[in-house]
Design a protein around this ligand. Structure first.
Ligand SMILES: [Cu+2]
Length: 441
C-alpha cells in the first residue's frame, strides 16, 4: 500500500515531465518543483497530531477523520447554520458541519485523503480545494471539473497530498452567493519531514467579509462594496477569541482570505514577524523579509512566524480602518464639528431620548449604545468595540488580541488583561515633568 502510493506519486510527476508539462528552461527552480513532489515520503497515515503540532483555529474547530485502509477519510456536510458573529449579532448562514466557517481540515504531506461532501443546502454546491495540487477532476469547479452536487447527494473527492502548506476550501458553485453566506474553511498540510524549528503555537485565521444590514437575519450576498461585518474565523470583535501564547514561544499564524472584494493588511503590534509561506509554497529563507503588516490578498494565504518574547496584550487587526468597524452606516452625513445643541433641544421635545452623535467622531458610539443611551435595532452590533482594561476599545470587526504571558492558565482559559509593570504604561504628564522638560501646555 505504502509503496504503491509512492510509486503512483513518482509516476505522476514523471508523467507530467514526459508530457512536456514541466519543461521550458532547465534552471534550478523549474527542476526543483517536480523533484520536490516526487520525493515526498508517502508514509503511513497517522492519527491526528502524530508527527506534527496541531493547528489551533481560534473560535473554530478541526475536522475529525478516520483512517480506512491507510486513507484519511473526512466528511463535510454543507448546511444552513445559525451563526453568532459576536454576542448580540446572529444570522442564518451557510456552513459545514454545523459551523461557520467550516472546520479546518488538517493532514500530512503524502497522505491519501478522501473527502465526502454531503449537500444539505437547498441549492447545488461543490467544494474546491484552493491551492492544492490535485487531479483536474478533483478540483471542484462546478461545471468545469464536475457536475454540481445536488441537494441530498453525497460526492467523494480523493487524492494524494503532494505538497505542504496553508490552503483553503470553498464552494465553487454560485460562488458569489455561497461564499458570501459562509461556505469556506482552512486546509492545512503539514510537511512529512520536519523542516526547521517546530512552532509551539500554530494558529489558522480565515478572513472574510459580510453585508448584514442592522436587524437583518441573513447576510446579503449581493453586496459589492458596503461590507459591514469583517471577520476572523467568522467572528468580529468583541466576538474574536484572543490568541494565547507563553513568552518565548515560537508562533506561526496562517492567514487565509476569501473575502468577496477586499484584501486585508493584517498588522500585529509589539513584534516584527517574517512572512514564511504563501499558498504557493514556502518562501526561501533568503527571500523572506521582516514586516509588521502582512497583506493577505483575497484568494491567498500568508503565513507569518515570530518568537513571542514581548509580554503584553497586543492588538492584531486589519489596518483598513473601515474593517475595524461593525455595521457601519456608510451613508451617514458627516457631522464632525457640527454644533448640535439646538437641534438636540428641538428634537428632544418630541423624542426625549434623542441625541445627535458623530460631531466628535464615532469613538463614543459603542459605549453610548452599551449604556442604553441610544436605540439600535435588535440583532445589531454597535460600530465599535468593547470595554477594555483602561478605557473603551474603539475597534470592532477584524480585530483580535495576542496575549503573551510568562504563565498561562493550565486549562487554556483567558488570562485576563495584561498588567503592565510599574513605570511601563502611558499616563497623564505631571506638572513638574512638563516644567522640567520645557513643555508649555
Ligand atoms: Cu481589511
Amino acid at each position: 500500500m505504502k509503496l504503491s502510493r509512492r510509486n503512483a506519486l513518482l509516476g505522476g510527476a514523471t508523467g507530467l515531465a514526459a508530457a512536456g508539462l514541466i519543461s521550458g528552461q532547465a534552471n534550478a527552480q523549474t527542476q526543483a518543483w517536480p523533484a520536490h513532489s516526487a520525493t515526498i515520503p508517502a508514509g503511513p497515515a497517522q492519527p491526528p497530531g502524530r508527527g506534527y503540532r496541531p493547528v489551533v483555529t481560534p473560535n473554530g474547530a478541526t475536522l475529525p477523520f478516520r483512517i480506512v485502509d491507510g486513507v484519511k477519510v473526512f466528511h463535510l456536510i454543507a448546511e444552513e447554520v445559525e451563526h453568532e458573529f459576536a454576542p448580540g449579532l446572529n444570522a442564518t448562514c451557510w456552513g459545514y458541519n454545523g459551523r461557520v466557517h467550516g472546520p479546518t481540515i488538517e493532514a500530512v504531506e503524502g497522505d491519501r485523503v478522501r473527502v465526502y461532501v454531503t449537500n444539505r443546502l437547498p441549492a447545488p454546491t461543490t467544494v474546491h480545494w484552493h491551492g492544492v495540487i490535485l487531479p483536474s477532476g478533483m478540483d471542484g469547479v462546478g461545471g468545469l471539473s464536475q457536475r454540481s452536487i445536488h441537494p441530498g447527494e453525497t460526492f467523494v473527492y480523493e487524492w494524494t497530498l503532494v505538497q505542504h502548506g496553508t490552503f483553503m476550501y470553498h464552494s465553487h458553485h454560485d460562488e458569489m452567493t455561497q461564499m458570501a453566506l459562509g461556505l469556506m474553511g482552512m486546509l492545512v498540510v503539514h510537511p512529512r519531514r520536519r523542516r526547521g524549528p517546530q512552532p509551539d503555537r500554530d494558529f489558522a485565521i480565515l478572513l472574510s467579509e459580510w453585508y448584514l444590514p442592522a436587524g437583518a437575519s441573513r447576510p446579503d450576498p449581493n453586496a459589492m462594496s458596503d461590507f459591514n461585518i469583517l471577520t476572523m474565523n467568522a467572528r468580529c470583535y468583541p466576538g474574536t477569541e484572543p490568541l494565547l501564547v507563553r513568552r518565548g514561544e515560537r508562533v506561526r499564524i496562517r492567514f487565509g482570505n476569501l473575502s468577496a472584494m477586499d484584501h486585508h493588511p493584517i498588522h500585529l503590534h509589539g513584534y516584527a514577524f517574517r512572512i514564511t509561506e504563501t499558498d504557493g509554497g514556502e518562501i526561501p529563507a533568503s527571500a523572506q523579509h521582516p514586516d509588521t503588516t502582512v497583506l493577505v490578498p483575497t484568494g491567498s494565504t500568508r503565513t507569518v512566524e515570530f518568537v513571542a518574547d514581548n509580554a503584553g496584550d497586543w492588538a492584531m487587526h486589519c489596518h483598513m480602518t473601515h474593517h475595524v468597524m461593525n455595521q457601519m452606516g456608510h451613508g451617514l452625513p458627516n457631522l464632525t464639528g457640527v454644533n448640535a445643541r439646538r437641534i438636540d433641544r428641538a428634537v428632544g421635545q418630541v423624542l426625549p431620548t434623542y441625541m445627535t452623535m458623530g460631531q466628535d467622531g464615532m469613538g463614543e458610539m459603542g459605549r453610548h449604545i452599551g449604556m442604553g443611551h441610544m436605540d439600535v435595532p435588535d440583532n445589531s452590533l454597535p460600530m465599535v468595540g468593547a470595554e477594555g482594561p483602561h478605557d473603551y476599545i474603539t475597534m470592532g470587526g477584524m480585530f483580535t488580541i495576542l496575549k503573551v504571558r510568562d504563565q498561562l492558565p493550565a486549562d487554556g482559559s483567558d488570562p485576563g488583561w495584561y498588567d503592565p509593570p510599574e513605570g511601563t504604561m502611558a499616563r497623564a504628564a505631571r506638572t513638574d515633568e512638563l516644567r522640567r522638560d520645557g513643555i508649555d501646555v
